[in-house]
Design a protein. Structure first.
Length: 135
């Protein structure tokens, strides 16, 4: 009889392990989904720097596409849209900045080393939205 009692206790332990594992996996999936959820209240801001100094900062939300000249020596032309930024033209030798293509997500950067120009996209929270509450 002692052997059958031991088997029964193992079955209960296994069932509780399964429930615990299910809860942990559910919580981790929910946290991951919430982390990557885009609420629509964030906009993109392009920060253009020359020699490490911010030259221009443009919020891309609800903006008509337009071109902007950043560096006259290398003739760098930015094409700015509501969902991203592209370096449309540059007279630098390697054209890495032009070949980078369109950047559309916060944290992405286009760099033109010969001209010492960089364009970084940053996420901007809406003005009327709270970023945290403490009690």
């Amino acid at each position: 009889m002692a052997l059958s009692d031991n088997i029964k206790s193992r079955k209960r332990l296994a069932a509780s392990d399964v429930v615990l594992a299910f809860v942990l996996v559910s919580v981790s999936v929910l946290m991951t989904a919430l982390q990557f959820k885009n609420t629509g209240n964030t906009a993109l801001k392009a920060v253009v720097k020359k020699n490490g100094v911010t030259v221009q900062s443009v919020v891309l939300q609800d903006r008509e596409p337009y071109e902007m000249c950043i560096d006259e020596e290398y003739n760098i032309i930015l094409y700015i849209e509501k969902n991203g930024v592209t370096i449309a033209r540059s007279d630098c030798a390697d054209k890495i900045c032009v070949n980078t293509g369109k950047i559309t997500k916060p944290g992405q950067t286009i760099v033109c080393l010969p001209a010492r120009v960089s364009v970084e996209l940053q996420g901007v929270t809406a003005v009327n939205e709270l970023d945290g509450v403490t009690r």
